[in-house]
Design a protein around this ligand. Sequence first.
Ligand SMILES: Cc1cc2nc3c(=O)[nH]c(=O)nc-3n(C[C@H](O)[C@H](O)[C@H](O)COP(=O)(O)OP(=O)(O)OC[C@H]3O[C@@H](n4cnc5c(N)ncnc54)[C@H](O)[C@@H]3O)c2cc1C
Length: 403
Amino acid sequence: MSAPADAVPVVVAGAGIAGSALALGLHRAGIGVVVCEAHPDDGADAGAFLTLAANGVRALGALDAADAVAAVSAPMADMAILDPAGTELDRRPLGGPDERVAFRCLARVVLARTLRELAVARGVEVRHGARVTGATPDGDGVTVHLDGGPDLRAGLLVGADGLHSPVRALVDPQARPPRPVGQRIYYGFSPAADPGVGQRPADARLGHTGDFHVVRSGGGVAFGAIPTSDRTWWFARVETGVPVPPPDDDPGAALRTAVTPGVAADIVAAAERIHVTDAHDLPHVGPWFSDRMLVVGDAAHAASPATGQGATMAIEDAVVLAKALRDSGQGHRGPGDHGPGDHGIGDPAAAMAVYEPLRRGRTQANVLASAAMSGSPVTGADPGEPLPDPVLHAHLDWARPLP
Ligand SMILES: Cc1cc2nc3c(=O)[nH]c(=O)nc-3n(C[C@H](O)[C@H](O)[C@H](O)COP(=O)(O)OP(=O)(O)OC[C@H]3O[C@@H](n4cnc5c(N)ncnc54)[C@H](O)[C@@H]3O)c2cc1C
């Protein structure tokens, strides 16, 4: 069954990391796509960073987006473990010897914006201020309802609309809400060298630029920092039990009390601005697909941030879903083609029958691993199953059909 002639083949709800990456994948597959983003503009808050692991960088390569992301991110080489005073206790390489898939560090908003701008430059329509409020599927398509705008007719609606996804509730009306994992995440950045912090800039004790420094701290605080050429990105994960909202005027107050004096405390003290969020995950997620609607990225498998894999999983989803739709429909025009977006999507159910078994076990294993690392292990959930690297690499190879 194919989408009716007057429909957009795919409407994506959300132009974050998953939605923008999927737009690139669908475009590469020659499948027409319109992306509807609730936020009215591009987003200016550069306070939150993320690390992109090797698998995420590999997936970007399949979307022809690795160079664009490399241009706005810093490479990461090693993970160094420090004691509170900054003495190095251990050091391990991050990733393998292949520099093309080296870990990267950048602001979360910059990653989403870079992917979105690349999609627009390649001809994808991205509508800002277009919040998806509902959808009505029928036999051969889905009518997507937008806040304050006319409906859109599509062959498929993909919810790349994050942790609190409205599309997830349409796909699975019984969906459980996200679970708080009992960790508060503080994050921000401090100037690269701050002479105001004692006689020694905090950064001077952080070894090499581009290394991921884990600083041991007591008080239930897990602290990490990455010095780049112009700033030191940092985060602190703090066990909270039942969280009390942080004070608006000084969100970092409780962190400053909890963190052990030393390099981590100095970096926190030098922060320009501190952001706070309480970690959530989705350990018991139901179906990902029903009636021409499906979910990807955090909307499908949000993990607490401990494994640092959420964004990379979202980009992997984009590659594998675009390949599944390409291979199942008329969109397959051969490897490497960038199409004008004039192709249909074939049968979405057939594509999902390929896609979901390839993604479910891997993403679920990450959700559970991250929950355990966050001190909030899950019982009674599907355990998931990690994928061996060669199998994952084959899934992420644009030229190879999916199994
Ligand atoms: C503190 C913290 C640290 C993290 N660190 C890392 C890390 O180091 N490495 C890593 O890989 N991952 C990390 N993650 C996870 C990562 O940020 C997420 O997995 C990733 O952002 C998921 O991307 P997404 O596009 O699925 O969702 P989002 O980034 O949440 O994007 C969803 C988009 O949908 C839009 N939207 C929402 N509702 C609607 C609607 N109704 N209609 C239209 N648009 C809508 C939103 O405005 C947004 O633009 C971290 C997360 C947190 C909270």
